[in-house]
Design a protein around this ligand. Sequence first.
Ligand code: FUC
Length: 757
Amino acid sequence: MKNYELWYTSEAPYGNEDLVFFAHKTDVPDDGWEKWSLPLGNGYMGVNVFGRTESERLQITENSFCNPNVVDERYPGGNGGLMNFCDLYIDFGHTGVKNYRRSLSLCDAVANTTYDFEGVTYAREHFTSYPDRVFATKLSASRAGALSFTVRPEIPFVAPYLLKEGDGMGRTGEVHTNGNLITFGGELEYYAIQYEGQIAVLAEGGQIISHDETIEVKNANSAVLLVAVGTNYQMESRVFMERSPRKKLAPYPHPHARVSEILENAQKYSYAELRERHVKDYFALISRAEVDLGGVCPNIPTNELIESYRNGENERYLEELYFTYGRYLLISSSRPGTYPANLQGTWCKYASSPWSAGYWHNINIQMNYWPAFNTNLHELFLPYIEYFKAYKPLAMENADQYMARNFPEKCGEKGENGISIGTAAWLYKITGAPDPGRGHSGPGTGAFTAKLFADYYEFSLDEKNLADAVYTANREMAVFLSKTLEEQEDGTLLVKYSESPEQHHNGAYYHTKGCAFDQQMVYECYKDTVWLAEKLGINDGFIEELRAALPRLDPVQIGASGQIKEYREEEHYGDIGEYHHRHISHLVGLYPGTIINGNNKEWLRAAEYSLNERGDVSTGWSTAHKLNAWARTKNGGRAHDLLRRLLANCTLPNLWDTHPPFQIDGNFGGTAGIAEMLLQSHEGYVHVLPALPECWRNGGFTGLCARGGFDVSAEWRGGKAVRVSVTANAGGTLKMLVGEERVEREMLAGETFTRNF
Ligand code: FUC
């Protein structure tokens, strides 16, 4: 692996440091945290490292630490949601330091800060370990006995209420010390979340002095801090089904015992062993896939690297780095046994995060998982599968209620109406499809989610989760959607209450029947359900019904301008809705769906027309969606235009994507998009280098994934593949297109086939 590293010559600055509520429509970022801090994470927690020398700030997030999302007139878009768990300060009092450098290595997921102060070189190293569930920091100094500091956790936002008196969203918190251990914790009132964190301070040489709320280390040679955190949250159905907020977690034990156990277990290892266990675990994932565009690591800090990219320099290296970083961020925020990655991954410094750091289901959560499939990180989707299993009973109840209210004539018995998944969701509740005229995103959002499951299976061939997760998600969604359809006079079946996500017309959300988004998503869901049923040998009346309905969905219509119509009632592009709206919901059949593909050139041309009219100028995630869409049209040049925009305009100095504000979906969508330019497999064959831009003259990749369980590596020169290597994880027929050449081959499970071209 090349040396992929983010690095800087100064610490994360102060700037709106006290920002508590992110007024996300006013673009007032917390400079230090949002733009310059470096994120670590193991799924259990996220840590932002500021690299400061006077007083280091290590800001810790735990994903279940949420208030509800409430609408408050002062903060448009709602307020609440995920909250900062703790700020861990380490006071050194070092000012005016020299030879400063801080970095985050993507090769081993370790952050470092080094500098000279009064003739001594100080070094800090940090990582979050998935196998041992702790955040670890090692502090050292070049001169024996020169290391002195104070560890000072601060529990932010401790107050009897969050927004206004009596709002029920208060927080308690206390810090205690005992020998070399600091314990902090309390309750987040609304859901009665009990939380605790423990910090073990281990010093080599010198003295450890504990005060009421801090621990001082004096004249040590080196020291190690180990941090474990937890809450009493458990991702179980009863949490979603229990209506009373304070009872949701009532049966679950206080996290004290578990946090203590984690910290005790971690202390059985030396720091070097913990580090080794962490690196081994992380490297196994990050090294599975790599993209080499011929980039050469320049000796300039990452913020300058982005600047230079804007001027047309160091482009290939930053693109490779960005690809690797997207995979790094997903590994850091979504591991088996933890929670899914939210809108900000797993990083939140606020009392109230932008869009509550929720799971938003009309594009954002889907985008988070796109790179899991094509960049060889399949198991990182498992947290979402577990989340789905937990919220499913509520999704069924949502479907029952939606049907009873809006389609009484079609409403089945309780539990017979499938599942409904609306846009907004958190670890404590999910919403269903909106009632007629009330929401901004049609019932297709649920199928958009089911698509993740189908993709997960097509890439991973994980038979274990096929029947009760992948198939269930699709079939139950198909059941719900089938009841939302209304038969038209010409026999077409249209979603009766339909919205193209967040599209506006004349200043209001536009409500209609059978918009492209809903029709395409229903189509994809039916198609996937039928295919999965065939895999499982299921062929019942309902599957027959879906087969018969597919040709009547009319999901793609071409309008008078040559566009894919977003609305059936539109004639020319832009007749209805915002011309340059950020969502490209009418093109979900192009990506991540597959119905608009190269087998129907007319549709593909129409999709290109719509993409061009929508324009390239947009927010982070939207740019990433367009990048993937252009890759699917196999236009590498246009796909690269979008990648360039993403990096030049929507990327912060710490390489986080910005909407603005920071949203992680753009990072994930961008990473998936780079892979999509290099390898595709949605047209019944593996297409190697389908959308290679001219500026990627020579290069290679390893370990990208194609549907059917194929891992692919390739090298190209002068824009042409010279060598392709495919491993068939499950065996089967490999059909492949390389340049103009079609290759077909029967393969055994585990077999690797390599060919020069
Ligand atoms: C969708 C988008 C918004 C924002 C929000 C979190 O609703 O339309 O732009 O990204 O998610």
